[in-house]
Design a protein around this ligand. Sequence first.
Ligand SMILES: Nc1nc2c(ncn2[C@@H]2O[C@H](COP(=O)(O)OP(=O)(O)OP(=O)(O)O)[C@@H](O)[C@H]2O)c(=O)[nH]1
Ligand SMILES: [Mg+2]
Length: 260
Amino acid sequence: MADSKAPPPVPAGGGDKIEEESLDSDGLKVEDNTIPIAVAVIVGLLTLLLLYLYTRKRRLGREVLICGICDSGKTTLFSQLLSAKLVQTYTSMTHNQMTLPVENKSSVELVDVPGHERVRGQVLESFSSTARAILFVVDSNTVSKQIRDVAECLHSILSLQIISQNSPPVLIICNKQDADLAKGSPAVQNLMEKEIEKVRRTRSSQLAGIEGDEGSVVFIGKEGKAFEFKDLACEVQFEECSAIDLETLPGVKKWICEKA
Ligand SMILES: Nc1nc2c(ncn2[C@@H]2O[C@H](COP(=O)(O)OP(=O)(O)OP(=O)(O)O)[C@@H](O)[C@H]2O)c(=O)[nH]1
Ligand SMILES: [Mg+2]
């Protein structure tokens, strides 16, 4: 008859130690799951991160908005980019939208947003949530005289909550470089940063007095320091060109392809 109190057979080669580590207080076998759990957590987090990046990119939509004040050259640029044709333009009172094919990528929807303040606001309302990128056109010849309007226009776009949240990249196009008094991009940037700083201060004090009005408008740049484009969440670049001259537009086309 077998002895019921006989100890269990001991495996060869230091089995004592293995048994000790894999048994819990009740004598049940416990497996060490630390590594599989860690791998599962890392895979889960990476999946969430990829999902976030994917949906964020999708939320940007396909629209490339051409913005700027009246007469800066938006419709001229729109026509040149789409059909390489110089057209006779008139003050736009409604937006133009056309599909622009992009090499090796999905096409984008080019939207010419009228400079007229009232129409501009309505069009921006429709497209701001899906803007993939923004071309902001400046007349480099008259920018000194019109700097307040130019700064207010760009500030009004960048401070929209949805634009600030999605942060589409911005190309500031210093247009009309063919004109004798045209300013170069460093001078345009300098003028714009100084004026946006003033606009920002005025807007902040106005907003402070109206409770709850901050809803769709946000502060742009860094608080407590002068406004600089490099402090924005979105990427901002400058490009010099003349919309009337197709040969000056490769930089703009390349930028659109990169951001498409
Ligand atoms: N010299 C010069 N003139 C330009 C250039 N680009 C546009 N223009 C002229 O500037 C004027 C206004 O151009 P538009 O393209 O109509 O301007 P816009 O920004 O669409 O203006 P709105 O529709 O009023 O918002 C037209 O007479 C264009 O021919 C340029 O690079 N150089
Ligand atoms: Mg126009």
